[in-house]
Structure formats: structure tokens, C-alpha cells
Write a protein that binds this ligand. Structure first.
Ligand code: HH2
Length: 288
């Protein structure tokens, strides 16, 4: 069965001085976007104090980890320069790490941003380019002993939604993630530090996203825990005809299926609700 297919050894995530167990229940990663333009909450937490308060709320609601980002990756988003990204990010990472004890992930594709965020106390790097974006990223992660999310994306955020095409979507994602994991290991990153993510919405049309979620367990034999980010995404809006702020129940449906199919970390905006959804789905899956 899907959940038991993660042996206790495979379901351990090492991040700096910590070890997270992923086999007992799915973990919830709460999203903190310190951006003016994120697709669902852009501008709401641009002030450092608002972002830190939001992080505290998410942890109070039960977030197991936080993912802090200062550059939107929505299709066609304006790229953010390194100085600006650091200016937005560092005060928030510093303060969140000082006040809260949950592991902090930083959503960045830039090695220097990752390095400074790790120095400020972050524990994990969420690199949506899977080490293809910045040649120095692998070394920064390897040296620090940080955790690393390797995500699949076809194209770049600027181009990815123009005409995503696959012959075998799960097979191609599987092969890509295996290759990127090999690159990470060659750079000295222990696979126990790695989470894998199929990259819902990153160079995928709605049918691709549905097939990935419906057959997510095809990625389990890569041997690392799967992180999935479905929260409020466009494929949910397309099914339901709902605006981005009206996708809570649709997100719940997708989170439940992702957990049923083996996801171990759920990247979400609404922590309290999705924590309960994930726990119920996992409890049922454990009896299937
Ligand atoms: N999705 C988003 C951003 N980062 N990282 C991973 N690993 N997986 C995801 O699915 C993922 C991600 C998009 O969501 P959000 O951060 O809310 O929006 P934006 O990129 O516009 O800031």
C-alpha cells in the first residue's frame, strides 16, 4: 500500500541539525510569500512584520515547516534581482528563525540568496529549478547540510505555460527527478536531505496536473518523500470555475488525493484546514 511503501529509512529527511520523520503522518508546509505579485496572496505580507505575523499564525495553526519566498514563480512573473530578493527575504527569515522553532525552507533559485538565508537560520532550500538555475546552488546546499527540494518544471516560469507537452508525463517527471537527484548526489548532497516534487502547474496543462495527482504513486520508487503543492492552483479554478480566493474546498480535494497517492509534505496556504484534510486522508490510506 502507498503509505507503507516508504520504509522508515527512506522517510527520514535530514536538514542541518535536525531529522524529520515523514512516515507517521504527512507534514504541512505553510507558505509565506514576501512578494507584491504572488498569484494568490501577492502584496499581503510584503511588510516584514506582516510576513512574520503570518508565519506565527501558520505555526499556531499546525504548520510543521514554513516555506518563505520573495520571488513569485507564477507564469510570466517579473524576475526579481538578487539585492531586492535579499532585501525582502532576510529580515523575515531572521526574525522567523529567532521566534519559531519549526524548520524554515526558503523558496529561491539563487545560490547567494540561499547562502545568506541559511546563514540567517533557514534549514531547507526549495529550488524550483532543481539545481539547473544557478551553478553554485549545489555547493551551497552541500556545504550547509541543508535540506533540498528538487522540483520538476518544463521550461521556465516565463515560458512554461505556453504549450506544455509530454509523451508520458509521469515517466518524464520520474526520469527528470532521478537525473536531478543524481546531480545533487554528485555534488555531495546526501539523498537523505532531498525531497522530490512533481511541480504541479509548472509547465503542465490541467490534464497533466490531474494525471500527475491521480498517478502520483508512480514516483514513489524514486525512494525519496514527495512534496506536492496544489494549493489554490489554476487547475482547481478550471474545474470549479472559482476565483483564486475561492479554492479552499477544491484544494482540500486535491490534498486528500495527493496524500492517498503517497505525498508526505503538502505545501499549502491554508494550514489549519489542510492539516485536518491530510490527516484524515492519511488515516484512511493506512487502512487501504
Ligand atoms: N508552487 C509555487 C511556488 N513554489 N515550490 C515547490 N517546491 N512546489 C510548488 O508546487 C510550488 C513552489 C506557487 O505557489 P505560490 O508560492 O503561492 O505562488 P507564487 O509563485 O506566485 O509566489
Amino acid at each position: 500500500m502507498v503509505l507503507s511503501s516508504l520504509t522508515p529509512d527512506v522517510a527520514i529527511l535530514k536538514i542541518r541539525d535536525r531529522i524529520l520523520a515523514l512516515h507517521s503522518r504527512p507534514l504541512i508546509m505553510g507558505v509565506v510569500n514576501v512578494t507584491p505579485d504572488s498569484f494568490s496572496d501577492g502584496g499581503r505580507y510584503l511588510e516584514p512584520s506582516a510576513a512574520v505575523a503570518h508565519a506565527e499564525t501558520l505555526v499556531a495553526e499546525g504548520a510543521d515547516l514554513l516555506d518563505i519566498g520573495a520571488e513569485s514563480s507564477r507564469p510570466g512573473a517579473e524576475p526579481v534581482g538578487q539585492e531586492e530578493e535579499l532585501r525582502r527575504l532576510l529580515p523575515v527569515v531572521t526574525e522567523v528563525c529567532r521566534r519559531l522553532s519549526v524548520p524554515v525552507s526558503v523558496d529561491t533559485v539563487k545560490a547567494e540568496v540561499a547562502k545568506q538565508a541559511l546563514e540567517a537560520g533557514a534549514h531547507l532550500i526549495n529550488d524550483i529549478t532543481a539545481l539547473r538555475g544557478d551553478p553554485k546552488m549545489a555547493e551551497v546546499v552541500a556545504r550547509s547540510g541543508a535540506g533540498l527540494v528538487l522540483m520538476h518544471m518544463q521550461g521556465t516560469p516565463a515560458t512554461m505555460q505556453r504549450a506544455p507537452a509530454y509523451v508520458d508525463v509521469l515517466g518524464e517527471i520520474r526520469q527528470y527527478l532521478a537525473e536531478r537527484m543524481a546531480v545533487a548526489e554528485q555534488a555531495g548532497i546526501d539523498r537523505k536531505h532531498i525531497l522530490l516534487d512533481p511541480g504541479i502547474g509548472f509547465g503542465k496543462n490541467p490534464d497533466h496536473n490531474l494525471e500527475i495527482l491521480g498517478r502520483l504513486d508512480a514516483l514513489l520508487d524514486l525512494g525519496r518523500p514527495l512534496l506536492v503543492g496544489v494549493s489554490r492552483k489554476a487547475f482547481i479554478g478550471q474545474i470549479l470555475g472559482r476565483a483564486v480566493d475561492q479554492r479552499l474546498f477544491g484544494t482540500a480535494g486535491a490534498v486528500a488525493v495527493a496524500v492517498w497517492r503517497g505525498a508526505r509534505v503538502l505545501r499549502v496556504h491554508e494550514v489549519r484546514a489542510m492539516r485536518e484534510v491530510a490527516r484524515v486522508a492519511a488515516a484512511i490510506a493506512a487502512h487501504a
